[in-house]
Write a protein that binds this ligand. Structure first.
Ligand code: DAT
Length: 175
């Protein structure tokens, strides 16, 4: 049984799959806290500077873990990040890997004006299932769930599924 009264959920996947959108709805519906690691890295200075070519922060993972450990260990967080292997297994109750078709992802990243190299790298990463593999390599098979995020209908289904998982978790952990 987990030592926390609320679970921690990781929502991961290639940039553009829909992590932020899912997490915002889930936070609104469940009261769990949306923890955007992107924001944390920026706001708490957990980085070694900004990569101009890739337009992203170079994350200092040790600093990041130190910065969030006390909070996350309390439970009740939805961790939103395009990587998951850095978070200790003991912190995590469910890992949701969102997936999307290449054509959809291309359109979403293009709309964000991603530089060409970054766009291509992310498309390759999605096609090669990099994040799914990372999640499977890092956590027990039974807590890793792959969900597709091509449409709002799929998103609604995903949110409903995670909410029912949460209800079951609460039941299992308060008896
Ligand atoms: P991420 O946080 O993974 O980078 P996001 O939540 O910012 O992704 O979504 C990127 C864009 O795609 C945004 O304009 C919302 C849209 N989107 C995400 N998931 C979707 C879905 N399942 N159906 C339709 N649009 C979606």
């Amino acid at each position: 049984m987990a030592s926390r009264s609320k679970p921690n959920i990781i929502v991961t996947g290639t940039p553009g799959v829909g992590k932020t959108t899912h997490c915002e709805i889930l936070a609104e519906n469940t009261g769990l806290k949306h923890f955007s690691i992107n924001e944390v890295v920026k706001d708490r200075g957990c980085h070694d500077g900004y990569d101009e070519e890739f337009k992203s922060w170079m994350v200092d993972e040790d600093k990041l873990l130190d910065a969030i450990e006390d909070e996350v260990k309390q439970g009740g967080y939805i961790i939103d990040w395009h990587a998951c292997d850095l978070f200790p297994k003991s912190w995590v109750d469910l890992v949701v890997v969102l997936r999307v078709d290449s054509a959809q992802l291309y359109d979403r990243l293009k709309a964000r004006n991603y530089p060409e190299a970054k766009l291509q790298e992310n498309l390759d990463s999605e096609i090669m299932e990099v994040l799914l593999q990372e999640a499977r390599d890092s956590y027990d098979e039974e807590i890793v769930v792959e969900l597709t995020s091509n449409s709002t209908e799929e998103m609604d289904n995903n949110v409903a599924r995670i909410e029912s998982w949460l209800a079951q978790w609460k039941k299992n952990n308060t008896e």
